[in-house]
Design a protein around this ligand. Structure first.
Ligand code: KIV
Length: 256
C-alpha cells in the first residue's frame, strides 16, 4: 500500500461489537492499544495495563474480525526487560488472543527485542515519538522530535526499528515536517497520530474518533460522531419511559 501510495487506515478497538463495526467499515488495521487503560478501564495512564488485560480484550476483538489485520500492544514492562521477556509475553499474546502482530514502544533501545521477536516469527510494529508508556520520563504528553538534535534522534530510531524488522512504525505526536522526512526515509509504512498529513497511514483511538467520551477529543483527533451524546440521550429516554410506565409496553410483553 505504501508503494502504491494508498493511505493505510488504522483504528483502535477493544471489544467484539467495535471489531464488527471496524471490519465492516473496511478499516485496514485494528489495534488493540494499551490506550485500553485510559479509554475503557478508567486509569490515568496506560502504565497499569497488564498482559492478561490485553489478551482478554484482544481475544474479544479477534472474534469480531474477518479481514482487518489485528495488532496488539505489549503493555508497559512486558518487554522493557529485554528480548527474553519480550518473547515470553509476545508468545502469550499471539497464542492466547489470536493477534497477528504486536506493537512495542521505543526506538533503538528496543531494537534487540524487536529483532528477537522477528527471528521467532512474530510480526512487530514500532512506535516512536510521544510514547505514552514513557509519559513520566517525557515530562507529560508532549510533542517529540522538535529541534535538529531530537529530530535526528527520532529519524535514527525509525531507521533502527526498520533494520530490526519492524513491518510498520507508528509516529505519535511529532512535527509534520519530521514525520514526512521519516516517512520518506523508510521502506516500511509510517502510521501517524498527531503527526500530520504525510505519513503512509493514520491511526485514531476509537473513543476520540467516535466522540465516545464526554468532553472534546485531543487536538490531534477528530470526532466523526457524538457517541457519548447519543448514548446519553438513549439512556435518559429509557429511564423516562420506565419511570412513567411507557416501557415495557404490550409490544415488549410476552404473550400468555
Ligand atoms: O495505545 C494506543 O491506542 C496506541 C495508538 C494511539 C497508536 O498506541
Amino acid at each position: 500500500m505504501k508503494q502504491a501510495g494508498e493511505p493505510i487506515t488504522c483504528a483502535t478497538a477493544y471489544d467484539w461489537p467495535a471489531a464488527l463495526a471496524l471490519d465492516a467499515a473496511g478499516i485496514d488495521v485494528c489495534l488493540v492499544g494499551d490506550s485500553l487503560g485510559m479509554v475503557v478501564l478508567g486509569y490515568e495512564s496506560t502504565l497499569p495495563v497488564t498482559v492478561d488485560e490485553m489478551i482478554h480484550h484482544a481475544g474479544a476483538v479477534k472474534r469480531g474480525l474477518k479481514r482487518a489485520l489485528l495488532v496488539v500492544d505489549m503493555p508497559f514492562m512486558s518487554y522493557q526487560m529485554g528480548p527474553s521477556q519480550a518473547l515470553e509475553n509476545a508468545g502469550r499474546i499471539v497464542k492466547e488472543s489470536g493477534a497477528e502482530a504486536v506493537k512495542i514502544e521505543g526506538g533503538a533501545s528496543v531494537a534487540p527485542s524487536m529483532r528477537a521477536l522477528r527471528e521467532a516469527g512474530v510480526a512487530v510494529m514500532g512506535h516512536i515519538g510521544l510514547t505514552p508508556q514513557s509519559v513520566h520520563a517525557l515530562g507529560g504528553y508532549r510533542i517529540q522530535g522538535r529541534g535538529q538534535t531530537e529530530g535526528k534522534r527520532l529519524l535514527a530510531d525509525a531507521v533502527a526499528l526498520q533494520a530490526a524488522g519492524a513491518f510498520a512504525v507508528v509516529l505519535e505526536g511529532v512535527p509534520g515536517a519530521l514525520a514526512k522526512k521519516i516517512t520518506r526515509a523508510l521502506k516500511v509504512p509510517t502510521i501517524g497520530i498527531g503527526a500530520g498529513i504525510d505519513c503512509d497511514g493514520q491511526i485514531q483511538v476509537w473513543h476520540d474518533m467516535l466522540g465516545a467520551l464526554p468532553g472534546a477529543p485531543p487536538r490531534h483527533a477528530k470526532a466523526f460522531a457524538s457517541q457519548f451524546q447519543v448514548q446519553l440521550e438513549a439512556l435518559k429516554a429509557y429511564g423516562r419511559e420506565v419511570k412513567t410506565g411507557r416501557f415495557p409496553s404490550l409490544k415488549e410483553t410476552p404473550a400468555p
